[in-house]
Structures are given as C-alpha cells and as structure tokens.
Ligand binder design. Structure first.
Ligand code: FMN
Length: 213
C-alpha cells in the first residue's frame, strides 16, 4: 500500500497525527492462537503507528517474538470489555481463521513492527509500519455519549484491576472516575443496550476484584 493511500485512509478513519486512538490490537500467541487486547495507539508524522504496551502484557511479548500486529478499530464497548478482561470468561472475540482480523471491527490495519525502543522499561515503544488497511463498508455511526462512557469505564476498570494487584496503590481517583462514567451510562442508556450490559458487568467485576484483594 503506498504512502498516499495510507494517508487518505488514516485521515478518513480519524487518526489525527499525535492523538491517542483507542483500538484493539491482535497479535500471534506462541501457540498460533490470536491474542486481542485494547491499546491506545498514535499515528506519527511518518504515517506509522506507535504502540506502548506494558511489559507485563501478552501483546508486548507477542510483538517482540512475531513482528506482525493488526490494529482493529471499533466503537463497540463489548469488544473492548471482552478483550480487556479475557481471564474473566466474558465470551470469545471472533477472529477470521488463519488471520489477525477481528470480526465485528470497523477497520483492520495490518502492520509490521520495524523498531522497539526502551525495551527494558515498564512501557516500551514499538513502531509499526502500515502494510494494508481493510475497511468495512457500513452505515455511519451516530454519536452516543454512553458508548464513550462505557469505553472510558473499561479503561478505569483496567487501572483498578491492575492497582488492586499491586501493594500500596490507591484506587480512590480511579473509582471516582469509574463511578462517574457508570452514572452517565445509567442515565442515558436503554436498559437492554450494550452500554448498560457493559456497565453492569464492570460493576460486578470491580466488586469481585476489591473483595478478592
Ligand atoms: C481502551 C483501552 C486502552 C488501553 N491501552 C493500553 C495501552 O496503550 N497499553 C497497555 O499496555 N495497556 C492498555 N490497556 C490495558 C490492556 O488492554 C489490558 O491490560 C489487557 O489485559 C492487556 O492484554 P494482553 O495481556 O493480552 O496484552 C488499555 C485498556 C483499554 C480498555
């Protein structure tokens, strides 16, 4: 894919230079299965994608071992929920057989890792070169505050889970932010909406993690 086409598509998909875009990365596990995890990524001035996974993540290990990574975009909070908390048995995330394409995503950007910096720090930085962008034709999505709040609440929940496992980490601010997002979802979302289901599931997960602690 040439640079001009990459530029056009990345602009169309809302990847502003330097802004963090919340995506779901798919990578190859050592046993040939696919791992999916939400990660914020940044488009740099060379139209490459910068990824900063924690060293403790599967995504970090997978990208070091196998240079293939796919950046999937979606606004579906259920996909973020299931892929953020895979060990909670929330259900599968469908993957196209033999590939890294996450089914249900709006676009999949196939990339190759070309550089790793600060490999030994807590948050190494990977540079990924875009090889192919697959977009799915679909009707434009209208804005729904609840969708943003649901994804925001998943981010807060992942901080709370991480800190609940670390000694001496205070989750007070994360809990305030979490509760704020849940409150908005409950105010504006329909009872059978995806956002409401995500909110209810997150609340029970938080309760469980805090009890286990
Ligand atoms: C929207 C969103 C963005 C996230 N961004 C990052 C990130 O940039 N780097 C990171 O290490 N974890 C990030 N996380 C947390 C990881 O997704 C989470 O720790 C996940 O369990 C890692 O999965 P893995 O171990 O399979 O890679 C994010 C979570 C959410 C919900």
């Amino acid at each position: 894919m040439n640079r001009k086409n990459i530029k056009i598509k990345m602009d169309q998909m809302g990847f502003d230079y330097g802004s963090i875009i919340e995506t779901v990365l798919t990578t190859w596990n050592h046993d040939g299965t696919v791992n999916a995890a939400p990660m914020g990524v940044i488009r740099n001035p060379k139209d490459q994608i910068i990824i900063k996974p924690y060293r403790s993540s599967n995504t970090f290990r997978n990208m070091l071992r196998n240079k293939e990574v796919c950046v999937n975009t979606t606004q579906d909070s259920e996909i973020f929920l299931k892929t953020a908390f895979k060990d909670e048995g929330l259900g599968l995330f469908p993957i196209k057989k033999g590939d890294l394409l996450l089914e249900g995503s709006d676009a999949s950007i196939k990339c190759k890792i070309i550089n790793v910096e600060s490999e030994n720090t807590n948050r190494p930085e990977f540079t990924a070169e875009i090889k192919q962008i697959l977009t799915k034709k679909r009707i434009p999505i209208s804005f729904n505050r609840g969708r943003n709040n649901a994804i925001e609440a998943i981010i807060q929940a992942s901080h709370i889970r991480y800190k609940s496992n670390e000694r001496g980490e205070d989750v007070k601010t994360d809990l305030i932010n979490f509760n704020y997002n849940i409150q908005i979802i409950k105010k504006i979302s329909a009872s059978n909406s995806t956002e409401m289901k995500v909110a209810n599931k997150l609340e029970s997960l938080i309760e469980k993690w805090r009890l286990v602690k």
